[in-house]
Design a binder for this molecule. Structure first.
Ligand code: HEC
Ligand code: HEC
Ligand code: HEC
Ligand code: HEC
Ligand code: HEC
Ligand code: HEC
Length: 434
């Protein structure tokens, strides 16, 4: 009967341990799903909208352009942000004026145009950046402003609206994570309390039995048994197992470390100014090439000079200690000392325009979700294997490019697979090594 009590007791313990494992598994799965849901957010999706005729399409193309390029400084209503609210501007100015202003406001001001000079002076001679848009693209922006769609949700229009939507998703995901955390903590506390109670009951029972009952030999042994740990760790099987695990872990670490020499994946140095891509590229949806101006045209992506920051920060958050650092750098005429993150060895040649402009590869494919990073980290390993794997898998965009016609024909007659970057010689040593 006594051993029966002890058995039920261990059964209860066992059941709770099982429950713990199961709930832990569920927790891990849920947080994984949360992560996937978060990664699903893709603010880059609206980039590069095509302008076609037909009003709603034009307006929505204009909306995307406006939100990506103008909304940090302008509302589509009447509020002043950095520049004036643009509601009704098409009544005030001619279409050709608006087009030349948007393309290059400084040129218009210098030509002596009275309206341009007046608005420039009214806004304390702040230079509005120039935009290399086509006439149709600019027309679509003002078609959007005219439609009044942006004016309704006015105060600090565009980006804030978009941000609100995005945050709801993230918050909900965060809430699920937080809720699971609480459940887990409560479960663990309950388990600890249970174990302690059970132990107390056991010792009470044991005392009671030893004192008040005449036990036979067998029962006495069961009641007073002690678990002998020394027997376990002295056993050969256990010792071999421990040594084996130790060796495997050591081997794994060594291999990982040697393979990782020179690889800086995950590198996220502290920067001299707490500049956040999440805030600028994510929430305020500033285009990457607004700051990394050469990324579509040349080998290097370029890091923005302090002057680019000043386009906005001559007005935005001027009191912030972090922004004051920009002013100090300009006063002293020194560049901001950003710490370089991505850095290939000199023996390798990499060209941004070839990938972003010609190949049409998204920044995020190589740099990860930059628009969600407060501090930029190196997302990809940047190893030779990484470059070549992608070249082997990625079909070359040959559509409408006569240069490739003969090559594709030749490729299709000789082999079956797609015409990849590698088929075009993208795995030849000399393409990447000088
Ligand atoms: C960095 C801030 C900034 C950005 C981005 C910006 N602007 Fe401006 N904009 C200004 C400022 C400041 C003025 C006021 C004139 C001046 O100081 O140059 C202005 C003036 C204007 C005016 C003249 C308004 C009037 O009443 O005459 C138009 C039109 C205009 N911007 C359109 C645009 C469009 C379209 C975009 C996006 C493609 C854009 N702006 C992006 C800052 C900006
Ligand atoms: C408002 C200006 C601005 C915008 C917009 C911006 N960046 Fe940056 N970016 C910077 C500055 C400043 C740095 C250097 C400081 C740092 O690393 O955070 C930087 C650094 C980086 C780096 C790391 C460079 C290195 O040292 O290796 C990458 C990669 C990058 N940006 C990609 C992007 C991408 C992709 C986008 C668009 C989604 C983007 N940036 C939008 C200003 C900007
Ligand atoms: C096109 C406009 C624009 C440009 C260009 C820009 N920023 Fe910003 N920046 C903003 C806006 C908008 C905010 C958010 C202000 C707020 O939260 O009210 C901000 C916030 C910041 C903050 C946070 C300030 C604080 O104390 O909360 C820092 C730091 C910053 N920017 C640094 C930079 C640097 C460095 C550059 C140049 C590489 C730069 N910004 C370029 C628009 C811009
Ligand atoms: C095919 C992969 C790939 C794509 C796509 C890509 N980058 Fe890079 N990026 C790199 C590599 C590799 C480096 C390191 C280059 C070096 O050290 O010479 C780098 C470096 C950078 C740097 C640091 C400055 C420099 O030029 O070395 C910035 C900033 C940057 N990238 C921004 C961007 C932006 C913005 C985009 C999208 C418009 C983009 N990158 C698209 C692979 C990529
Ligand atoms: C995400 C995929 C991807 C990654 C990663 C990538 N590339 Fe590329 N690369 C491409 C594509 C796509 C093209 C073809 C562009 C075109 O249409 O010409 C290309 C073309 C090239 C070319 C020109 C090849 C030729 O035939 O002229 C060179 C050189 C190159 N890449 C170097 C690199 C290096 C160096 C790295 C690693 C640091 C790298 N690439 C990483 C996708 C990638
Ligand atoms: C698509 C671009 C690309 C091609 C093609 C390529 N490499 Fe590389 N290679 C790289 C990059 C990037 C690195 C630097 C990797 C690093 O720093 O880990 C590199 C590094 C190296 C190194 C230095 C050793 C090391 O790991 O740092 C050697 C040697 C080398 N490559 C030889 C070759 C030979 C031989 C070929 C032709 C069979 C070749 N590579 C083709 C991109 C390429």
């Amino acid at each position: 009967m006594i051993s029966c009590i002890l058995k039920t007791q261990s059964k209860i313990l066992y059941t709770f341990l099982l429950a713990l494992v199961v709930s832990f598994g569920a927790f891990a799965q849920a947080s994984e799903q949360a992560e996937v849901a978060q990664k699903g957010v893709d603010p880059g999706a609206t980039e590069g909208a095509e302008v076609t005729t037909g009003d709603p399409a034009v307006i929505s193309a204009g909306e995307a352009l406006f939100k990506n390029n103008c909304a940090v400084c302008h509302s589509a209503g009447s509020d002043v942000i950095v520049g004036p609210g643009l509601q009704g501007v098409t009544k005030k100015r001619s279409e050709s004026w608006l087009i030349s202003w948007t393309k290059n406001s400084q040129a218009l001001i210098q030509s002596g145009d009275a309206d341009a000079v007046a608005i420039y002076n009214e806004f304390n001679k702040q230079a509005m950046p120039s935009f290399a848009f086509s006439d149709d693209e600019i027309k679509s922006i003002f078609a959007y402003i005219d439609s009044g769609k942006g004016a309704v949700s006015a105060p600090v229009a565009g980006p804030e609206g978009a941000v609100a939507g995005e945050n709801v998703g993230t918050d909900a995901v965060g809430a699920i994570g937080g809720y699971l955390d609480i459940v887990l903590v409560v479960l663990i506390i309950v388990l600890i309390v249970l174990v302690v109670t059970l132990l107390l009951i056991t010792s009470l029972l044991k005392n009671y039995l030893n004192k008040n009952r005449q036990l036979n030999e067998y029962d006495a042994e069961v009641v007073n048994q002690r678990f002998d740990f020394s027997k376990v760790y002295k056993s050969n099987a256990v010792r071999t197992l421990v040594v084996l695990i130790f060796v495997v872990v050591l081997l794994d670490l060594t291999i990982e470390k040697t393979m990782g020499i020179g690889i800086q994946q995950g590198y996220a140095p502290k920067q001299p100014i707490a500049f956040s891509h999440k805030l600028h590229a994510g929430e305020h949806q500033i285009d990457c090439n607004y700051c990394h101006t050469t990324v579509y045209e040349s080998k290097s992506a370029s890091i923005p000079s302090a002057n680019i920051c000043m386009n906005c920060h001559s007005q935005v958050k001027t009191e912030s200690a972090e922004i004051q650092k920009i002013y100090r750098a300009i006063e002293r005429n020194e560049p901001i000392q950003w710490v370089r993150i991505h850095n290939l060895p000199d023996l390798a040649y990499f060209n941004h325009s070839q990938h972003t402009q010609v190949g049409g590869v998204e920044c995020q494919t190589c740099h990860g979700p930059i628009q969600e990073m407060d501090v930029v980290y190196q997302y990809s390993p940047l190893t030779m294997g990484w470059c070549i794997d992608c070249h082997r898998e990625t079909p070359l965009n040959t559509e409408g490019n006569g240069y490739y016609d003969k090559l594709v024909e030749l490729h299709e007659s000789s082999s079956k697979g797609a015409f990849t970057v590698s088929s075009n010689g993208g795995s030849e040593c000399s393409k990447c090594h000088y």
